[in-house]
Design a protein. Structure first.
Length: 186
């Protein structure tokens, strides 16, 4: 088999695997084991945005450098700082982070989905590896499972937390005065 045929087959498998698959929403980890257990079995947390109180808002602190907001996350149990990027359609890690996660056992062979082409900010098309991150936890509070992430071939690529995760919450807002990003869950 030639490489082009293999890539085409992989793309078809990836596309059909996603048909009808619904991403699980993010949820707030309040330490209640029964709530987490029920979420792992398909239940969802939902709330009406207009009826939520401040107590139902999950606030995540951010730091800011050169106008860029960074949040602390745990990826498959390993801590990183990622850029909060509402302009990024997905989640991005560099090949250096992916390799580190793989070497330490936080990313395994079964997590590698394949390759995909994507358009970057300058308009060019690049081919990158795609992986499943079993869990991303924002500041120890908001947990997202089965996050599809692109692995940039650039060792120096920034880690981006984009809309693949952000679309799992109902609403988020940035409080620049308090330096928090406030989430209301679905």
């Amino acid at each position: 088999m030639n490489l082009q045929y293999c890539i085409m087959c992989l793309a078809i498998i990836m596309l059909t695997a996603c048909i009808g698959e619904k991403k699980r929403p993010a949820f707030y980890d309040n330490g209640a084991e029964t709530e987490i257990d029920s979420l792992m079995h398909g239940s969802e947390i939902s709330a009406d945005y207009d009826q939520m109180t401040d107590a139902e808002i999950v606030s995540i602190p951010f730091s800011e450098r050169d106008g860029v907001k960074y949040v602390n996350v745990s990826v498959n149990g390993f801590g990183f700082e990622m850029i909060f990027d509402t302009g990024c359609s997905g989640t991005l890690i560099s090949v250096a982070e992916a390799n580190y996660l793989y070497q330490k056992g936080y990313l395994v062979q079964d997590d590698i989905i394949g390759v995909a082409k994507s358009q970057i900010a300058d308009g060019s098309i690049v081919e990158n590896m795609v992986v499943n991150l079993k869990e991303i936890v924002l500041d120890g509070k908001i947990r997202c499972t089965d996050v599809t992430a692109t692995v940039s071939a650039n060792n120096n690529a920034p880690l981006l937390l984009g809309n693949e995760v952000l679309n799992r919450v109902a609403v988020y807002s940035v409080d620049n005065k308090k330096k928090t990003i406030n989430f209301k869950l679905k």
